[in-house]
Design a protein around this ligand. Structure first.
Ligand code: HEM
Length: 758
């Protein structure tokens, strides 16, 4: 026994010693390639520096200083250097010319994002576009771009964004009177939850604010007529989701032993991943404590995948046996009761947190989004194929066609063969089913092409999404778009509240574009706010400025919801296209507001949000850059020090980059000097959507409210003076930020806000 034990101990010691020797050798790697960089600590590399106090940020429990640490290193080691995460080398680029060489000139090869030990593999059927690489990434990106980068889709999103703005603000009763110290970040999060659920999940979270809902839900008619229930549900739901995602982001970014182990000993990543899954299982199933601790995981694996797929399968079988193949969106049939009860009992844990009605409500938008996809893809062959997705990029990577080439080739080919296939599948008659997958586009006839049953080939004629890809990317869109955009809007609000001169310029531009910006404004804003203002004793000196009188003729006694009927009852194509045209007009006028555009860009220059996302992996043998001076070996992770480039006077002068000065964008700059949304073929997919949402929010905010610096209760003048001093000389210090994956303010962001008098 003792002998056995000593054999085990000595073999373990030998393996450990060999491993330590190997780790030590690894730390010579960057030096051997000629790269300078911070000195690594044994096993940990440089990761402790991301949490060290040198960065002078209060909260040091998380990796909260990623960008600032890179910035500090760049000052010492220059435009290209390396550091170690554990013993894995990472190359840092801090120069737009080098970035252009790697991210743009090598476009076809650099479709690979950097990898993390705990993340899924690109070939995992459930992986999303962020993780996908090579050919698989190209196919998914191609399908998603069709939807995301379409101007009409973006214009349609504005309708949802506009409704979301009005609802998140209107439902907060407090906002009908002036608020001296208002946490604007909370509000922008609610706004984004409302918007992105509507836009991405394809159903309207505000459904119950309407008198005559025009889509079927699991609610029965009596529930729908209860508008108080509807309103409270709406707000409750939005707040609940917002809170849960806050918690999720916190735990996602916070420091844990497993994360540390996965970085220091990446060779055992499978083990750490298993432990992570076990941890979650242990927490949720044994203690029922943190069922919501990681909503991302819960939401995806327990709810969507398990419940919905099972539900849809059963529903499908029931319908087929009842001979009613087309009735799956009709929840008023007899099956409804049984199915929802069964669903509710399956999700007992969820039932502990929310009532049955709320549960049904929550289900309703998932049903509408996913059922058509799932239904359409029900077949054993599909399931087999989904499980056998393989990433064929290794063999094909050098021959990736550019997206424009693919488009061109696609145009040249006769796509009628595909349409014929659809007809054979009897799909063309049920196009409406796809309506809720992508309700952003009125032209539903193109949609089926983005969902495929066929994974046999990766040839671009069949590049569509699988069911799993549709699900995982829908979720990814939510995560990619929620935190980033709400933080960006928050930073904009802080700037607006702090700098009166810039605020005036924005207001002037809004006045100049009033006609095209006013669409839908009368419908919600004036009635909701003014009727409340009239009934309060609110009287403000600051806001006697009147933006426009055009809507003075409203009827005060009108029910604020009445006008919804106007939009709901649009049932002929002519009216539909008229409404879409108006949203297009709004979209175009937002695009044409030049000062607003450079204002937002300047905010994102000073406070870039997703810096750590701008990364790639080298997948060619020995790439030489900067006239052959630097060699990047195969497999090297490459990140960008966005902050140093954004604050470099060489690229952003002559006005000091620490000063907020949007006009600097009027001078032509290096194409790789502004990296808020990344660069190259893998740059942000939601850039257009995000920019329009941010702009719309600013416009509606300034049209509706007077925004100013927060007023402290005891009106501490000294504090204000300090703030002004910071504003003038070093605006970047106005908001203290932390960042791991996304940059976020350390403290709540306060502004003072009061309804604008019309
Ligand atoms: C202010 C808001 C946003 C910022 C600052 C931002 C920033 C970024 C950045 C820096 C990247 C990495 C780009 C690169 O590697 O070159 C990225 C990728 C991505 N973003 Fe955004 N983003 C924002 C909003 C959104 C929204 C609203 C969506 C979608 C709804 C979205 C979807 C994505 C996706 C899917 C990717 C991965 C693209 C790929 O790998 O091909 N983002 N984003």
């Amino acid at each position: 026994m003792i002998k056995k034990f000593s054999i085990i101990v000595s073999s373990f010691s030998v393996v450990t010693l060999i491993y330590f020797y190997y780790v030590k050798k690894c730390y010579n790697y960057l030096k051997s390639l000629g790269y300078d960089g911070p000195k690594p600590k044994f096993l940990l590399g440089n990761i402790l520096e991301f949490v060290s106090e040198k960065n002078s940020i209060k909260n040091s429990r998380s990796f909260s200083h990623y960008s600032k640490t890179l910035q500090r290193w760049t000052k010492t080691y220059g435009k290209i250097y390396g550091y170690y995460e554990g013993h894995s080398p990472v190359l840092v680029l801090a120069d737009p010319d080098l970035i252009t060489e790697v991210f743009l000139n090598q476009n076809k090869l650099y479709t690979y994002r950097r990898s993390f030990p705990m993340s899924k593999k690109s070939s995992d059927p459930n992986s999303d576009i962020f993780i996908n690489n090579g050919m698989r990434w190209l196919r998914v990106r191609y399908a998603l771009e069709k939807i995301m980068l379409n101007t009409k889709n973006t214009a349609k999103c504005l309708e949802y964004a506009d409704n979301s703005f009005i609802n998140t603000f209107r439902l907060q009763n407090d906002l009908n009177k002036p608020q001296l110290k208002f946490n604007i970040f909370n509000q922008t999060k609610l706004f984004m939850i409302q918007t992105i659920f509507t836009v991405i999940f394809g159903n309207e979270i505000n459904l119950f604010l309407q008198k005559k809902p025009h889509i079927h839900t699991v609610f029965n008619q009596r529930d729908l007529e209860d508008s108080n229930l509807a309103k409270s549900n709406n707000l409750y739901f939005t707040k609940m989701v917002s809170h849960k995602f806050d918690v999720a982001f916190e735990s996602f970014e916070s420091f844990s032993l497993l994360k540390l182990l996965s970085l220091t000993i990446p060779e055992l990543s499978h083990v750490w991943r298993l432990c992570e899954n076990f941890k979650f299982f242990f927490n949720s199933y044994f203690f029922h404590m943190s069922y919501f601790a990681d909503p991302m995981f819960w939401f995806y694996s327990n709810f969507i995948q398990k419940n919905l797929i099972i539900y849809t399968q059963e529903q499908n079988e029931e319908e087929i046996s009842a001979g009613q193949e087309d009735s799956y969106l009709n929840f008023k049939n007899n099956n409804n009761k049984i199915s929802t009860t069964r669903l509710a009992s399956q999700s007992q844990n969820l039932g502990k947190f929310i009532t049955r009605k709320q549960f049904c409500y929550f289900n309703s938008f998932l049903f509408l989004t996913y059922m058509p996809i799932i239904k359409y893809n029900q077949s054993d062959t599909v399931k087999k194929r989904i499980n056998s997705v393989s990433d064929s990029m290794r063999t094909k990577k050098a021959r990736l066609p550019s997206l424009s080439t693919i488009n061109e080739l696609k145009k040249q080919r006769n796509i009628s063969s595909y349409n014929k296939k659809l007809e054979e599948n009897n799909f063309t008659n049920s196009r409406n089913r796809m309506y809720s997958i992508d309700r952003l586009d009125n032209k539903v006839d193109l949609k089926p092409k983005f969902i495929t049953n066929d994974l046999e080939t990766e040839d671009f004629e069949n590049w569509k999404l699988t069911v799993n890809e549709a699900l995982s990317n829908t979720l990814l869109m939510f995560f990619a778009g929620y935190e980033t955009t709400s933080t960006a809007i928050t930073f904009c609000c802080k700037v607006i509240s702090s700098l009166p001169e810039q605020r005036e310029k924005l207001l002037d531009e809004i006045k100049d574009n009033w006609h095209s910006l006013k669409f839908n404004l009368e419908k919600y804003k004036i009635k909701a706010i003014k009727s409340k203002i009239d009934s309060t004793s609110f009287n403000s000196d600051d806001d006697d400025e009147t933006l426009c009188n055009e809507s003075d003729d409203y009827d005060e006694n009108d029910d604020v919801f009445d006008d919804d009927v106007k939009v709901d009852n649009i049932n002929n194509d002519k009216d539909k296209s008229r409404v879409l045209d108006e949203w297009n007009e709004l979209y175009e006028s937002l695009e044409n507001m030049k000062y607003l555009d450079i204002f937002v860009k300047e905010v994102l220059r000073m406070f870039p949000i997703a810096n750590s996302m701008v990364s790639r992996k080298c997948v060619v043998d020995n790439l030489y850059i900067d006239n052959g001076i630097y060699k990047i070996p195969n497999g090297m992770n490459i990140v960008v020090d966005v902050l140093s480039i954004h604050y470099d006077a060489l690229w952003w002068g002559p006005v000091d980059p620490n000063i907020f000065y949007p006009e600097r964008f009027l001078t032509e700059r290096h194409p790789a000097a502004w990296l808020a949304f990344g660069i190259g073929s893998r740059k942000c997919l939601g850039v257009k959507l995000a920019m329009s949402q941010i702009k719309l929010f600013i416009v509606r905010l300034l049209q509706n409210y007077v925004i100013d610096k927060p007023k402290m209760q005891d009106d501490d003048d000294d504090d204000d003076d300090d703030l002004n001093e910071v504003n003038r000389n070093n605006f970047s210090e106005l908001i203290e930020t932390k960042d791991v994956f996304f940059t976020a303010p350390v403290d709540p962001v306060y502004v003072s806000i009061s309804p604008r008098k019309i």
